[in-house]
Design a protein around this ligand. Structure first.
Ligand code: PLP
Length: 407
């Protein structure tokens, strides 16, 4: 019954693991769920009030497909401040989360067979979004030698006459890597030279630590901006994953095409969520966000330092943004503690969950089969407990570096 396209589409593995961990917790199991793409902070009060006010005032009907004018303007104003350049509401579309902005951008930009350059490790949905839109993901592996970043040379080498776009995701899911302004400018120059569109997923742009600075690709100059689709949203910055509201910013003809597509598929984002999004942008609860940033940075350090003390595991790269640590687990490969060998990140994660109830995401679906992603979305005490459980798990593996270390 299924189309070939649908038959080939696996469910999101991160969502599946998250669901499994949540189910275990509901069943009363003492699970520590570090799989998720959402922090445990509440949605800011201002957003909740904006949402309830929309309901109370009966603002519960279809809105303009591209979003309510005041919200498009508010996003444009925020980007203009960030880019230090004017931005108009015609350059903004409000979407059902950043996910829809990305999917619609690819559907709008790609003809069948068009190639999109992406790096591995990548966020699990990127290749599927490109394929669903008829495109072909061209994956460039990255590793410790380049700090898990694309280089201009690696990109230039993979450009063909079919290359349509370059996808950039900084700060990155799953590595937490943040590109510097100079690194982005060098990549953008390659895109400019080859007439590529840049799709820049900047959903984690407000979450950077350790002196790292976030750069919006569209801020690199007029010529770059004219070929860039910027994607962002409220999910991560404002802990609003369930509200399903995001945006894309691009030249007006691209936005108009995305709006046409959205008009025929999902229509506008929820009127209530748009109001909540507007309220929180207007209030811009800076002090609260700063506090959250400090708390996330503390968690990042706890996890980083804790991992450094675990023989067999190795932080692949220092995370400077988002809320993920990307960890090489190949040092823990071996016969396993329960009669099942650990020979991949998948078997590692499976056994870790089964024996210690700590849920992490194996990297195969990120294009990194020997790594796991650990989200530091839980508080310090929970993270410390998770680290302790991982330590005990490693220590129980016969012949593992954890058990032989110190002998
Ligand atoms: N882009 C990246 C890199 C993500 O990690 C996520 C969510 O996990 C999204 C986009 C989607 O965000 P939203 O919840 O706004 O759809």
């Amino acid at each position: 019954m299924l189309s070939r396209r649908a038959a080939q589409l696996p469910p999101s593995s991160t969502a599946a693991l998250d669901a499994r961990a949540k189910q275990l917790a509901e069943d009363g199991v003492d699970v520590i769920n570090l799989t998720g793409g959402e922090v445990d902070f509440p949605t800011p009060r201002e957003a909740c009030e904006g949402g309830t006010e929309a309901i109370d005032r009966g603002f519960t009907r279809y809105t303009a497909v591209a979003g309510i004018a005041s919200l498009r303007q508010a996003v444009a104003a925020r980007l203009a401040r960030m880019w230090n350049a004017p931005c108009t509401a015609q350059e903004i579309i409000i979407t059902n989360g950043a996910k829809q902005a990305l999917a619609n951008a690819f559907a709008t930009l790609l003809d069948p067979g068009d190639e999109v350059i992406i790096q591995a490790p990548y966020w699990v949905s990127f290749p599927h979004m490109i394929t669903l839109a008829g495109g072909t993901p061209v994956v460039i592996p990255t590793g410790a030698d380049t700090g898990f970043k694309l280089t201009p040379r690696a990109v230039a080498e993979r450009i063909t006459p079919r290359t349509k776009a370059l996808l950039i995701n900084s700060p990155s899911n799953p590595t937490g890597v943040v590109y510097t302004r100079a690194q982005l400018a060098a990549l953008a120059d390659v895109a400019l030279g080859a007439d590529l569109t840049i799709v820049s997923d900047e959903i984690y742009g407000d979450l950077v630590y350790d002196g790292a600075e976030f750069t919006g690709v569209a801020s690199l100059g007029r010529a770059i901006r004219e070929r860039t689709v910027t994607v962002g949203g409220w999910s991560k910055t404002f802990a609003m994953t369930g509200w399903r509201v995001g945006f894309a910013a691009a030249p007006p003809p691209v936005i108009a095409a995305m709006a046409a597509l959205q008009g025929h598929t999902t229509s506008a984002a929820s009127s209530i969520s748009q109001h909540a999004a507007l309220a929180v942008l207007r209030a811009e609860p800076t002090a609260e966000l700063r506090q959250r940033g400090i708390a996330l940075d503390e968690r990042r350090r706890i996890l980083r330092d804790g991992l450094a003390a675990l023989p067999g595991l190795r932080l692949a790269v220092e995370p400077q943004g988002a809320f993920f640590a990307f960890v090489d687990v190949s040092g823990a490969y071996g016969p396993g503690a329960h009669g099942q060998a650990i020979d991949s990140a998948a078997t590692f994660a499976e056994q870790l969950l089964r024996t210690t109830q700590v849920a992490v995401v194996p990297g195969a679906d990120f294009g990194a089969p020997h790594h796991i992603r650990i989200s530091y979305v839980a508080g310090p005490e929970t993270l410390r407990e998770a680290l302790k459980r991982i330590h005990d798990f490693l220590a129980a593996i016969p012949g593992s570096r954890a058990t032989t270390a110190g002998r």
